[in-house]
Ligand binder design. Structure first.
Ligand code: HPA
Length: 232
């Protein structure tokens, strides 16, 4: 039992899928895993372990933003021995050619996160995905004919940005989309020499102002989860 997770040692798999939303963790476990059991209810941040094609897999909610998510990443790695952490979540498109429901694999996560600024004394660390996980995700998506883009993403501390133009400098430098956790994940995974990848589904666009309905979110989420479940 760690501070924020009440599972016993051994109850959490080496591969953990990490949606921000705990109810999404419940949905993933109940929809995709066999015999899922809930190992965490602390703070309502639900976590489940079950099997997928005979492999033990866990799904743990992380909350929104780098500070919340890093608490769960840290405890999963340090107390429960997690080896493959795969973030699954939504992102806002920063490029015109990314449509709602499209999938993005985060090769690198640029960030304005205060945590990384403090860790690296305001020098610029480049948080990157694990190459093998990235390659396996791309191979699986190609095999299943699931379209995706792979590239640089932005991990932002700010969801409601007063400056509606702020995203444009990132967009101009090729950043595909914005979310709020991946840079923290890639950084802590690198520190502990474990594997991490963020697989994202576009839920809104900062370019066009479009947003997916909750029905659309559910149907497009399945492709992303299928990729995540088939790469370790
Ligand atoms: N900003 C940050 N995180 C997000 C967004 C966004 O527009 N959409 C989904 N996650």
């Amino acid at each position: 039992m760690s501070l924020h997770i009440e599972a016993k040692k051994g109850e959490i798999a080496e591969t953990v899928l990490l949606p921000g939303d705990p109810l999404r963790a419940k949905w993933i476990a109940e929809t995709f895993l066999e015999d899922p059991f809930c190992y965490n209810r602390v703070r309502g941040m639900l976590g489940y372990t079950g099997t997928y094609k005979g492999k033990l897999i866990s799904v743990q909610g992380s909350g929104m933003g780098v500070p919340s998510a890093m608490i769960y990443y840290h405890e999963l790695i340090q107390y429960y021995g997690a080896k493959n952490l795969i973030r699954v979540g939504t992102a806002g498109a920063l490029q015109k050619d990314l449509q709602l429901g499209n999938i993005v694999l985060g090769m690198a996560a640029s960030t304005n996160s205060a945590i990384n600024n403090n860790t690296f004394s305001h020098s610029q660390y480049a948080p990157t995905a694990n190459y093998q996980l990235l390659q396996q995700a791309a191979n699986y998506a190609n095999k299943m004919k699931i379209p995706f883009q792979a590239g640089n993403i932005l991990t932002s501390d700010i969801f409601y940005n007063d400056d509606a133009e702020d995203y444009k400098v990132w967009a101009k430098h090729g950043v595909l989309c914005v979310e709020m956790e991946a840079a923290g994940l890639y950084t802590i995974a690198a520190k502990h020499k474990i594997n991490a990848l963020a697989i994202l589904t576009i839920s809104d666009s900062l370019v066009t102002g479009e947003k997916s309905s909750s029905k659309e979110r559910e149907s497009t989420f399945s492709n992303m989860i299928e990729i995540a479940l088939n790469i370790t």
